[in-house]
Design a binder for this molecule. Structure first.
Ligand code: P6P
Length: 336
């Protein structure tokens, strides 16, 4: 059997053979990947180390923080602040951006992340994950400010997630397809286990929190009703539904076998464009999905083309198999 390729070798080849990524980005991604191993270990220890349950604080969204949210956030800050690759970081768990302390050298990249997505699932041992996105600091900027993070998803130079499930996985793109690495816990190496993930254009599987159905807008109502009508309805075939309530797990399933993931805006909070955050959830996931041949919109436009206005802004999300995303997006257009 051919020797397995490690994450380091994969990234060195992207740097050396394709000139795709500079050494500083490779080093940054290796630090993030190493930190995800640490976060995965803390998650796996769970009740043994007393890290389940609430931290007694709340995040920028006013949501109760889990102890592991705080642990994961601090692990990423500590690991990345001294390396010299970053100018600043932004996290779901921090209201303000985190500029690199003056005692360390600054680099040209900005790291954005949700340190532990799906954390409401932690206490019941359902898969959770870490989502990250990398942008460049605009040319000539010495002191990064929030405005420098306001870049559309098309400006990302890398994005990925770690999935803490039955296997611990790292899924990554640097703009040349989507690769999946599995953690070999015997020596702590990330081994390449899928070189080019692909989202099938067609699917029979959809993901949405159906308990919100009475709050959906008409285009979403129409689209989901047609799926539920199955072979007796206008689609003429039956569909299956999944909802893990952990975006990383739902998106990974779609990258593996297709599907459509939906978190639409709805009438529960009409002034909010949705629940999920643009910069460190929807944008990196959209980059991955598009790189794997899928599509990602907010119901009206490519998520990757949305220019953010605030660090923690939310967005509606429809992503996955292209034919289905295009269909539900067309229903939004028809509905005006
Ligand atoms: P709901 C987790 O809290 C999260 O941000 C995503 O990972 C997940 O897809 C969604 O929210 C679940 O939301 O309303 O179904 O609990």
């Amino acid at each position: 059997m051919a020797p397995r390729i490690s994450l380091t070798q994969y990234l060195v080849e992207k740097q050396r053979e394709k000139g795709l990524i500079p050494a500083e980005l490779r080093l940054l991604l290796e630090v993030v990947a190493r930190t995800c191993k640490r976060i995965g270990y803390a998650v796996s220890r769970g009740a043994i180390d007393g890290v389940l349950g609430d931290a007694g604080s709340s995040n920028v969204q006013g949501e109760a923080q889990k102890k592991l949210d705080v642990i994961a956030n601090e692990a990423l800050l500590e690991a990345n602040e001294w390396g010299g690759n970053l100018a600043a970081m932004a996290s779901e768990e921090m209201y303000e951006l985190y500029p690199i302390p003056h005692r360390y050298p600054k680099g040209e990249f900005l790291l954005l992340y949700d340190p532990l997505d799906g954390s409401s699932n932690i206490d019941v041992n359902v898969s959770v994950g870490t989502i990250f996105s990398v942008l460049r600091l605009p040319e000539g900027v010495k002191e990064p400010r929030e405005e420098h993070f306001m870049q559309p998803g098309t400006r990302q130079v890398a994005a990925g997630y770690a999935l803490y499930g039955p296997s611990t996985l790292l899924v990554l793109t640097v703009g040349d397809g989507v690769a999946c690495f599995t953690l070999g816990k015997e020596i702590g190496s990330w081994w390449l286990t899928a070189e080019r993930m692909h989202v099938p254009e067609q699917t029979r599987e959809f993901a949405i929190n159906a308990s919100n159905a009475r709050h959906w807008h008409p285009p979403v109502r129409r689209y989901v009703d047609e799926l539920l009508a199955g072979r007796e309805g206008p689609r003429g075939v039956d569909f299956n539904m999944r909802w893990v309530a952990s975006m990383v797990a739902d998106v990974h399933r779609i990258l593996c076998r297709g599907g459509i993931f939906m978190y639409p805006r709805d009438n529960r909070e009409p002034d909010k464009p949705g629940k999920l955050r643009l910069l460190y959830e929807a944008s990196p996931m959209s980059f991955l999905i598009e790189q794997a041949g899928g599509a990602a919109t907010n119901g009206h436009q490519r998520i990757m083309e949305i220019v953010p206005t605030t660090l923690h802004e939310r967005v509606a999300v429809f992503l996955g198999s292209k034919a289905e995303v295009e269909r539900v997006t067309s229903y939004h257009r028809e509905h005006g």
